[in-house]
Design a protein around this ligand. Structure first.
Ligand code: URA
Length: 183
């Protein structure tokens, strides 16, 4: 993983490299049976080089703690490793340029569960038409890995009416992790 990280830190495969402060590679133990994947770094993440460290990250940490998860016992990464300007969605070509790093991370991590945080990650990793409102908290099994998606923590900051559903999704994740004897 360290070698992969070193390669990623010097990547110039897309134009996001020219506006980044830091590459945001990912954090957590290797291997990890549960992996969370967001869309891409925001301003705080770009400045600190770590995923989900801003307000949305604080909420993610709080959510994880409800089911005894943390950065110490699961891995957190993003679809793109460099911040898109003004926090816009990463473009398909930026995702294409970067997804190889995530695929290599996942090959090393060997997760049993992948939780997509928000629509962008879900459309990339689960299926291209994924509708977060309709399909959050549902499971898709591919090649022995269980995939689900949560509302993005930023969406939960903006719209508190989604939080009861987000809480239910946490319990769905906990039940799957128990069923798979991961916790
Ligand atoms: N939003 C994301 O999708 N990823 C981060 O790392 C931070 C905010």
């Amino acid at each position: 993983m360290d070698k992969l990280k070193q390669r990623c830190l010097s990547c110039h495969a897309c134009p996001l490299a020219s506006t980044r402060t830091n590459v945001v590679f990912g954090v957590g133990p290797v291997p990890s049976s549960i992996v969370f994947v967001g869309e891409g770094p925001g301003q705080n993440e770009d400045l600190q080089g770590e995923p989900f460290v801003g307000a949305a990250g604080q909420l993610l940490d709080d959510m994880l703690s409800i089911i005894d998860l943390s950065r110490k016992n699961c891995y957190i990464a993003n679809i793109v490793k460099c911040r898109p300007p003004h926090n816009r969605d990463p473009l398909p070509e930026e995702q294409d340029a970067c997804i190889g790093y995530l695929n290599e991370q996942l090959a090393i991590l060997q997760p049993k569960i992948i939780v997509c945080l928000g629509r962008i990650a879900a459309q990339r990793l689960i299926h291209p038409e994924f509708r977060i409102t309709r399909e959050h908290g549902s499971w898709t099994e591919k090649d022995g890995i269980y995939y689900t998606a949560f509302y993005h923590p930023s969406a939960l900051l903006r719209d508190v009416s989604k939080r009861p559903d987000a809480f239910a999704d946490l319990l769905i994740l906990r039940n799957k992790a128990l069923e798979l004897k991961l916790i």
